[in-house]
Design a protein around this ligand. Sequence first.
Ligand code: HEM
Length: 504
Amino acid sequence: MLADLLSSVHVWTALTILVGAYLLRPKKKSPFPVVNSYSGDFLGRRARREVRDNARGLIAEGLAKHKGPITIVLPRGQQKIVLPASLAGWVKSNKDLDHQQLVKEDFFADVPGFEAQTVLHGPDNAAKRIIATKLGQNESTLAPMSASLAQGLQTLWGDDSKAWRTIDWRGDTMGLIARAASSVFVGPQQAGDQEWLGLVQGYVLSYFTAVGELHGYPAWSRSLVHWVLPSAAACRKMMRRARVMMQEVASKRRNEAERAGQEGKKAPEYNDVIAWAQADSGGSSIDPGELQLSLAMAALFTTTEMFRQILIELASHPEFVEPLRSEVSREVSAHGISLVALNNMGLLDSFMKESQRESAGLVVLERAALRDTVLPTGQVIPRGAHIMVDSSELWDPAVYPSPLKFDGYRFLRKREDNGSSSQFVQSGLGFHVFGGGRHICPGRFFASNELKLALAHILLKYDIRLAQGCDKPKPIQAGFYAMVNPMVQLEVRRRSDGAVDILS
Ligand code: HEM
């Protein structure tokens, strides 16, 4: 009898379904209705498919139907509570809703090799402090960034003014952003080091790959699985190498200072994150290699994706090229490569913000509840729950008329109407792409300056276009997030009319 049962396909199928359903069950029931639960979907296949392909519909229909927060179940049973956009202000100001805790959990801060994440959200907030106080509106970072961009473009995009060439879409965009950022993170000298550039970009790619892969495994198994994942192993290896390389830089600088002291000279001064971090902590608390990879992780992917989307818009809307060129040219001629010039580039700012609006994700303000938290309606978000806020206002015709039309002047007009509340770096009603409240992205000023400088160089030095047949590629929706199309073919040609001297 038992032997018959054990050899029955039906029994094994039933057992598999039961075990699957048990493993995939929600860990702690959310008090808000689940919008992707379907009868008969024991293994959660349809639930997963709906999140992957139809997150926009799930959120819009769920919020409209339930007139309040909803729950979406992710693969592996994780739950996300989506709040309506009207609660954005409440989320931003609520101290019990924490971004850092959410990131630690969703991005596996405790996995060896992922120390970049731990450092970025360390208890003393040193990394965040350096980003906010030193990287932001710091005039002295612009010249090295500009020089690094000039050199990077020459190397990656070339200087042929006779023929168009197709750039390596992923490598030549991230490569440029990595060079510009590194000129401030590690200083111009180290930023030209090919091994270092390869290391920071390789780490970012391996890290996000590893995080995505780990999410595919059951939570209980991840603390073992990461040891055998090649992407996670690559992170560990690169983390070790980064520590060594930064120790070498630190030791070289110490030796230089000692030698200068012995010769009665002033020690060389450095204007980069390595030096700022040493001054901030007395040289002790954060490992410089870990700090560098944490900055790379926060800065490179986000800024590169934004850069790519702006390039697509620029190539798809050639009518903006001349007005943008003349704005850049006017401001740089009048004020040099300076914060004043960048801040005055109102059309470029608006063009960038419109590109960001168009390619934004479906949710903003992701937080973990540190304790049971009472909503203004009296409902309770349970401790440990993950919440996010619907961002559909970005495409709401009542907030942004003709929301599906790309309008590069949209935020310039708003800026002229309401003062400065519509600048690229600003968050506010209907626009939280950089987050908000105490967790608002501290790197947004740096990203804005870096992007404007990169685009100024490109506008003045290059013509760009999409390859034939590569019609305006739309962002790819993957669950809650949007990804810039990775298959774009962008063609570039160096301009030969000599209008480039002002940036050299
Ligand atoms: C276009 C580029 C960027 C985008 C779109 C972006 C977006 C974001 C978003 C949405 C958040 C979460 C804020 C919230 O939920 O309130 C965030 C946080 C953060 N960003 Fe950025 N970011 C960018 C560039 C950068 C750069 C260049 C750096 C560093 C140099 C950086 C460092 C950080 C840090 C440290 C946090 C965590 C803040 C906290 O938890 O308190 N970001 N960013």
